[in-house]
Design a protein around this ligand. Structure first.
Ligand SMILES: Nc1ncnc2c1ncn2[C@@H]1O[C@H](COP(=O)(O)OP(=O)(O)OP(=O)(O)O)[C@@H](O)[C@H]1O
Ligand SMILES: [Mg+2]
Length: 330
């Protein structure tokens, strides 16, 4: 597999402030690579350097073997950029906008028309191509913006938060376009987002970016596995603190605690059943599978009754929380 992108110690300073603090990573051709990070993490600044919008303060990068600062024209031909902010002519139709972007890349006549037809289809807007963009919903405008980044058939596409402020239907169209481009055309994609669900759905590998740095980079599976386990919530009857100590000592159990009873299980006027006899226990597992097997065994051994059981697998959100001590979106 060939390398499409290689970044080495990229730095961007605004005065004394370092927005990007020495970022290095590489991407194989055909990857969908996620940049996940909160507001202000430095995602747009990083993408802007890679696409030639901003000059790096230091460091270097190659795209398709070309140096981004010394060979910008060769790089431009290989890449497409869909910026975070819309860049469209509102009074022009979707088609006219795309004709304009295509002509910037030297496309003319029949080949331009063919490319515009193709990208309109990719973003599912063929039927609205002659309407002025100002009459479109936010999501449809974003889709035209994506199409604009695609007319010249880039090998590497940068999508900067393509679903912010987008209705659910357009969001799904965007996901499908990304998957289609990658699977059917082999386009490599850098996908920036602060929605971990999107990154989990679309990306092979993810760089978690925080305060100008990549703090973790791996496949989603490996990032999640790094946390080792998950959390199990189990509701048990006739449970007490002596049993809690024993439960905490089970293999693969990292910790166990009794959670405060939720409101609805507190005895109230019409509570006939002895709801208060149920203890809700939170188990942090080193390996959720193994902990679960041991938990069932434990329940059998002590002849306990299960009232509820829930297994919470870790996700990218928990990885982010683990690494930074904060939530992705506050
Ligand atoms: N032109 C500028 N001058 C000074 N500081 C800037 C400039 N552009 C960005 N910054 C700062 O650099 C940091 C990174 O900004 P950037 O836009 O790259 O973040 P981001 O990860 O894309 O955030 P978001 O998710 O909000 O788009 C922020 O602290 C921002 O305030
Ligand atoms: Mg940004």
């Amino acid at each position: 597999m060939s390398t499409i992108l290689e970044a080495n110690q990229l730095v961007k300073k605004y005065g004394e402030f370092q927005a990007v603090k020495g970022v290095s990573f590489s991407m194989d051709e055909g990857e969908v690579f996620g940049l996940l990070g909160p507001n202000g993490a430095g995602k747009t600044t990083l993408i802007s350097m890679l696409t030639g919008v901003l000059q790096p303060t230091s460091g270097e990068a190659r795209i398709g073997g070309f140096d981004i600062t010394r060979e910008p024209l060769q790089v431009k031909r290989l890449i497409g950029l869909v910026p975070q902010d819309l860049a469209l002519y509102p009074t022009l139709s979707a088609r006219a906008n795309l004709n304009f972007f295509g002509s910037i890349y030297g496309l003319r006549g029949a080949s331009l028309a063919e490319r515009v037809d193709d990208v309109l289809q990719i973003v599912a807007l063929s039927d609205r191509q002659n309407d002025a963009v100002e009459k479109f919903s936010g999501g449809m405008k974003r889709r035209v913006n994506i199409a604009a980044g695609l007319v010249h058939q880039p090998r590497l596409l940068f999508l900067d938060e393509p679903t912010v402020g987008v209705d659910p239907q357009s969001r799904n169209h965007i996901f499908e376009s990304v998957q289609k481009l990658n699977r059917e055309r082999g386009t490599s994609i850098v996908y920036t987002s602060h929605y971990m669900e999107e990154v989990e759905l679309l990306c092979n590998r993810v760089a978690i970016v925080d305060q100008g740095q990549i703090i973790a980079l791996d496949t989603i599976k490996n990032l999640v596995a790094m946390l080792g386990g998950g959390v199990i919530h189990v509701g048990l009857r006739q449970f007490d603190s002596a049993l809690l100590v024993k439960l905490s000592q089970q293999p693969a159990v990292q910790s166990a605690e009794i959670l405060p009873a939720p409101m609805e299980s507190k005895p109230d006027v019409d509570a006939e059943a002895p709801e208060s006899a149920i203890s809700l226990i939170k188990i942090e597992a080193l390996h959720s599978q193994e902990a679960l097997v041991n938990l069932i065994q434990f329940i059998n051994d002590y002849d306990l009754a299960i009232a509820s059981l829930e297994i919470l697998e870790p996700n990218l959100e928990s990885v982010f929380l683990h690494l930074t001590g904060k939530k992705l979106r506050e």
